[in-house]
Ligand binder design. Structure first.
Ligand SMILES: [Zn+2]
Length: 307
């Protein structure tokens, strides 16, 4: 059947490309788990090479370009969202992995990448940003019903600038279909994993994180925390939690908090790995467990309008 020959050749060529394409290598074991070396390389790039990333400065912009480049390399639909923070300008870096089911909504995973003017912000918060990038790398190749949106926030150190802009300007429908938000801040120092929340609207998400941490044999404590980016999502009624690390008898972000000594050498990557494990398990759990929403009722008037 000669008329099928081009088609067969085409299929053969496609199979060959899929099987032998560079990067399509299932034996690369390191790619399926949190990679401490990759995480530390991100911290070295942000808090070492770039350094202080104060809101509105060229260095904050350089960090945004670094992050956007990383997300693009993972094949994610990436954009930089410019935004005002008081009299300054900052930017969020947003990377989207579309879900299989348009009605399943979106799970947001975020971390701020800016620092204060006094220090290079390795723990606060290149550590959370590095876990965000690792989570994006690991989740990018999995299949989920909901959309996953990864956001590196600018301007956190000035009134949660990036996250309040992002959450505040989410269209009402997107706020409504949001499944939850998990924020990472100061995840590279201390001995204890903690889950922060603003109010009871996050109860279900808190419980998921607690259950998944227990399944991983990672003890966690719960605390009310309002001064990080998850609070901007709670503000618009999206269930939101913070994952962070601390040590008893120390302030929340450790002894180097907002100082010139918050350098890459002080970061404990084992702490980051535990936080990453809780994050990944909770995202997968949340994506698999979507309670019925009333979207049908919300969409019904639009459908009628179109008839
Ligand atoms: Zn922070």
């Amino acid at each position: 059947m000669p008329h099928n020959l081009p088609r067969l050749l085409g299929i053969g060529l496609l199979l060959g490309l899929i099987l032998f394409a560079p990067g399509h290598n299932r034996t690369e074991a390191a790619s399926v788990a949190f990679d401490p070396e990759r995480a530390l390389a991100h911290i070295a790039a942000l808090a070492g090479k770039i350094g202080i990333r104060q809101v509105g400065t060229p260095n904050e912009g350089r960090a945004a370009v670094y992050l956007a480049t990383q997300f693009v390399a993972l094949g994610l639909d990436t954009r930089i969202q410019p935004l005002p923070v008081y009299h300054l300008y900052s930017q969020n870096v947003i990377a989207v992995k579309p879900g299989q089911d348009a009605e399943a909504g979106t799970i947001y995973i975020g971390a701020h990448y800016d620092s204060v003017q006094w220090g290079p912000g390795a723990n606060d918060n290149a550590s959370g940003t590095a876990v965000l990038l690792e989570a994006a790398r690991l989740l990018a190749n999995e299949t989920f019903s909901p959309t996953l949106t990864f956001i590196a926030f600018g301007g956190e150190e000035m009134g949660l600038g990036g996250s309040s802009y992002f959450a505040g300007y989410l269209p009402p429908l997107e706020q409504y279909v949001a499944r939850g938000m998990i924020n990472l801040d100061c995840v590279g120092w201390g001995t204890v994993q903690a889950i922060g929340f603003v109010n009871e609207s996050a109860d279900r998400l808190v419980q998921k994180a607690v259950d998944n941490a227990a399944a991983l044999n990672i003890p966690v404590t719960l605390k009310k925390v309002v001064n990080s980016d998850h609070a901007s999502f709670s503000q618009v009624k999206i269930p939101a939690i913070l994952l962070y690390s601390y040590a008893p008898d120390e302030q929340v972000c450790g002894p180097y908090y907002h100082q010139s000594t918050d350098t890459p050498e002080t970061v404990d990557v084992a702490q980051m790995e535990r936080v990453a494990q809780i994050l990944l398990a909770t995202v997968r759990d949340l994506a698999d467990d979507l309670p019925e929403r009333t979207l049908k009722y919300l969409w019904l008037p639009m459908q009628r309008g179109g008839q």
